[in-house]
Design a binder for this molecule. Structure first.
Ligand SMILES: NC(=O)C1=CN([C@@H]2O[C@H](COP(=O)(O)OP(=O)(O)OC[C@H]3O[C@@H](n4cnc5c(N)ncnc54)[C@H](OP(=O)(O)O)[C@@H]3O)[C@@H](O)[C@H]2O)C=CC1
Ligand SMILES: O=C1O[C@H](COP(=O)(O)O)[C@@H](O)[C@H](O)[C@H]1O
Length: 500
């Protein structure tokens, strides 16, 4: 793959958690793999006062913490840090020092006017920063034959209305093609592989429809709690933190029609069609098809942990959901009447995420014990842990008679011995630097997704605390047996089992 063109990457929110834990380590990996532009500058900025050297030291320490001092090549880190600079700056009321520094670094490093702005800052600062960029950083970039792009971190609003407001302010400075709304789930190798699994293999794609699929499960379960993000989580909850963005995009990859080409806009057109076909739940459909729950005190990894209401920055009577399960229908030709079940939650037993396609049972059951009353066939796309793909089918138990048991063929990414599996942010940063927006969310997808989410949030707001279930921290989640027949995914080891 070619390196991106020479450019400057300006990171707003450079003193924050995302920059330290995700962006800088990913940029370092890209540097080690020689995937960064030949001439390249990373300029970090936030309101915090820091020198270039202090910023570099904070990154060095973070890399050491993540990789262990021994896992790092000190000289390589030095070479990487030579590309890194820092400029303290307040977008509200600051003078032009940031814009001037960008210009200076470009000239000093003979980099043309090619800039990616990355907004790793809280949502309430995004409009001010965008305005500042429009006012001070653009320097007639187009007239000089250059380009600029902006990468925006989630959350993209808290409702359709606020998402549109954010878009409006971005569109005053950038055009849609220059706006990259990041969804790190799409940067995951397993998620991208859904497209290849489906569209490079006739054996799967020809069965991928209402005639053969009974139902689909999509899940992202976490053992972590809300950490120190109480303030943010109180405005989001599981539905807006995970479903509105990551799981909707994942659903779209699972359900979309085959694209005519792999052009970014063609793929994005197909994902939008899925989101527009979602049956929108309204009124009393909502409690029947969307379950919300909150964790109470329990155990995580053998240690006692508090319930959500006792977490820092959480209102003592909050009814914010930390778990949500949805039954969703895609009203189109391919998926008519096929339920898609979506599950996500915090403080569950394990961290597990993936997609399971449950195929229909055979029309006639010939054999004894045939997969214990359900279909023998599932295709499991595992994102975490043990990234891989497993196909399950029925097989005869050795010996007399014809008793059927379910077995599985498993592919593990770990078995690709010589292939490096890039982290999600590595892939997405590289794509933004190269101007490839395929794995970024377009405005119409965002709008379609909010149109599905908004009525649910509004219903909950109008019915405070109603139908809110609880589950113990460290458990499998709330009991859903009274809502639908399908059992939610539970933690069981599917890998390396003794099948028969
Ligand atoms: N951390 C994570 O794992 C993830 C984070 N995100 C998103 O990324 C964004 C940043 O998150 P995170 O790094 O965790 O947050 P932090 O609170 O750790 O960092 C926020 C950063 O933004 C800067 N900042 C805050 N307010 C302003 C302002 N008004 N103007 C300019 N800079 C400002 C802060 O520095 P200073 O106060 O000095 O200006 C700091 O550098 C959020 O939108 C979050 O939702 C998304 C996915 C995962
Ligand atoms: O965006 C978010 O994602 C993480 C889960 O991401 P993963 O890659 O670790 O599966 C989630 O913990 C967080 O609440 C959410 O904001």
């Amino acid at each position: 793959m070619n390196r991106p063109e020479d450019q400057v990457l300006v990171i707003f929110g450079a003193s924050g958690d995302l920059t330290k834990r995700m962006l800088m380590p990913s940029l370092y990996e890209l540097h080690v793999r020689q995937m960064l532009p030949e001439r390249f500058v990373i300029l970090g900025t936030s309101r915090k006062s820091m020198s270039d050297e202090e910023f570099r030291l904070s990154i060095r320490l973070m890399l050491e913490e993540l990789k262990g001092e021994k896992g790092l090549d000190g000289e390589e880190v030095d070479r990487f840090l030579q590309k890194v600079f820092y400029q303290p700056f307040d977008p509200v009321g600051g003078a032009d020092e940031l814009g001037e520094r960008v210009m200076f670094l470009m000239e000093e490093n003979a980099i043309p006017m090619q800039v990616v702005y990355y907004l790793a800052t809280p949502p309430n600062s995004q409009q001010a920063i965008t305005k500042y960029i429009g006012r001070s950083c653009l320097f007639g970039v187009k007239e000089r034959g250059g380009w600029h792009r902006i990468v925006v971190e989630k959350p993209f609003g808290t409702s359709l209305e606020t998402a549109k407001e954010l878009d409006k302010s971005l569109l005053q400075v950038f055009c849609e093609q220059e706006i990259y709304r990041i969804d790190h789930f799409l940067g995951k190798e397993t998620v991208q592989n859904i497209l290849v699994l489906r569209f490079a293999n006739e054996i799967f794609e020809s069965l991928w429809n209402r005639n053969y699929v009974d139902y689909v499960e999509i899940y992202a379960l976490e053992s972590l709690g809300i950490e120190n993000r109480g303030k943010y989580y109180e405005t989001a909850g599981a539905l807006r933190d995970m479903v509105q963005n990551h799981l909707m995009q994942l659903l779209a990859f699972v359900a979309m029609e085959s694209p005519a080409t792999m052009e970014p806009e063609v793929i994005r057109d197909e994902t939008v069609k899925v989101l527009r076909s979602l049956r929108q739940w309204k009124g009393e459909d909502i409690p029947r098809n969307v379950v919300r729950a909150q964790y109470v005190a329990g155990e995580s990894k053998g240690q006692p942990v508090v319930g959500y209401l006792q977490e820092k920055d959480v209102a003592p009577n909050s009814d914010m959901e930390t778990y949500v399960a949805l039954k969703v229908f895609i009203d189109n030709w391919r998926w008519s009447h096929v339920p898609f079940y979506i599950y996500t939650g915090k403080r569950l037993k394990d961290k597990r995420s993936g997609v399971v396609i449950h195929f229909k049972s055979t029309p006639h059951k010939l054999f004894q014990g045939q997969c214990e009353g359900s279909s023998c066939n599932q295709l499991i796309i595992r994102m975490t842990p043990d990234e891989g793909v497993m196909l399950k089918f029925g097989l005869k138990m050795p010996g007399g008679g014809f008793t059927v048991k379910q077995v599985g063929m498993d592919f593990l990414y770990a078995s690709l011995c010589n292939n490096y599996l890039p982290g999600a942010y590595e892939r997405l940063l590289l794509d933004a630097m190269q101007g490839d927006s395929m794995l970024y969310t377009r405005d119409d997808a965002l709008e379609a997704s909010w149109k599905f989410i908004d009525p649910i949030v509004n219903y909950w707001r109008e019915h405070p605390g109603e139908h809110l279930r609880t589950y113990a921290a460290g458990s499998e989640g709330p009991d859903l047996s009274d809502v639908w027949d399908v059992a939610p995914p539970v933690s069981k080891e599917d890998k390396n089992v003794c099948w028969l």
